[in-house]
Each structure stands twice: as structure tokens, then as C-alpha cells.
Design a protein around this ligand. Structure first.
Ligand SMILES: [Zn+2]
Length: 167
């Protein structure tokens, strides 16, 4: 699926009131390029899909909050107490942290996991520690996605007066 299609997916989910999956859809939509988010896109059938101003604001604000979550994970980098190569791991962690933080502002897939850790060549205990830290921070963010995208009030469906009258 092209990320552009997620705008159609979000609009369909909203129209069908699929509130329980909206946080995840908002997150996926936030991965689309700024141009697609701002102008929408036209699908193969010629239907033009775009975000309302309110939804665009939610996506952009949520994307910023996701990036902050990812930064918190990266800022927690430290050597494992069981580190097998303190000098090497310290240098690799510092280089990776500095490099990642320098482009993180444009990394829209900030919650996509700990895949960045393995290739940097840390010792096994440090790799395990940072994979655990990254996964834990990502889990916390996933649990907060409804808050991150300002959806908490929409996810809880209010009881209508008609429902109350019928009970
Ligand atoms: Zn180490």
C-alpha cells in the first residue's frame, strides 16, 4: 500500500466510526510526505482524497510527539554494566546517537523499532540493553498513540440521549 492511500483509509475509518483503530491509522498517515499530507492525492479511480485542516493539524502535532518519544529512547543510550568493550561501545553509541539526533526531526518512522541498534557493532550485552530500551520506549508510545494524536475524546464514544431513554 502506498502511504498516500492511508489518507483514503483514514477518511473511510472516520466515516465508518472505526474509532478503535484510528490511533494506528493516524500514525501510519503521519509517515506520508508533507506534500501528500498538505495536498492530498488522487487515486487510480480518480477520487481525490485529502485531510481536513483539523486532521492535518492532528497528524502534524502527533508526528512531532512521536519524534519526541524516539528522542527520549535515543537519549537513554548508555553502556551496559556487562559491556565487553567499553571504549568501542562508547564511541559507537556516541556517534550513532549524535547522527540519529541530527536527522530525527525529519524521521517520520520514529517508532519503527530497534533495527538501528544491531548494525552499529555494539558488544552483545550493550546490544541487548539498547534493544530492550528501544522496544520499551516504543511500547510506551504505542500505548499513548490516542493521546499523541489527540483522539482520546473521540475514542470514547458518548452515550446518546436516545440510548439512555431506551434503557
Ligand atoms: Zn558494550
Amino acid at each position: 500500500m502506498d502511504l498516500s492511500d492511508t489518507i483514503a483509509l483514514l477518511n473511510i475509518a472516520l466515516s465508518l466510526e472505526l474509532n478503535h483503530i484510528l490511533p494506528q491509522i493516524f500514525y501510519i498517515v503521519s509517515q506520508a510526505t508533507d506534500r501528500v499530507l498538505a495536498t492530498g492525492y488522487t487515486d487510480k479511480d480518480g477520487t481525490h482524497w485529502e485531510l481536513s485542516r483539523d486532521k492535518l493539524s492532528r497528524v502534524m502535532a502527533g508526528r512531532k510527539r512521536c519524534i519526541i518519544c524516539a528522542k527520549q529512547s535515543i537519549l537513554k543510550t548508555m553502556l551496559s554494566p556487562l559491556c565487553e568493550s567499553k571504549e568501542g561501545c562508547l564511541m559507537r553509541l556516541k556517534n550513532r546517537r549524535d547522527g540519529t539526533l541530527s536527522f530525527l526531526h525529519e524521521d517520520t518512522a520514529s517508532l519503527m523499532g530497534a533495527a538501528w541498534i544491531e548494525p552499529i557493532g555494539l558488544c552483545a550485552p550493550c546490544t541487548r540493553l539498547h534493544t530492550d530500551i528501544c522496544n520499551e520506549e516504543r511500547r510506551k508510545c504505542w500505548e499513548r498513540l490516542a493521546h499523541i494524536f489527540g483522539l482520546v475524546l473521540e475514542v470514547v464514544r458518548p452515550v446518546s440521549s436516545r440510548q439512555v431513554d431506551n434503557e
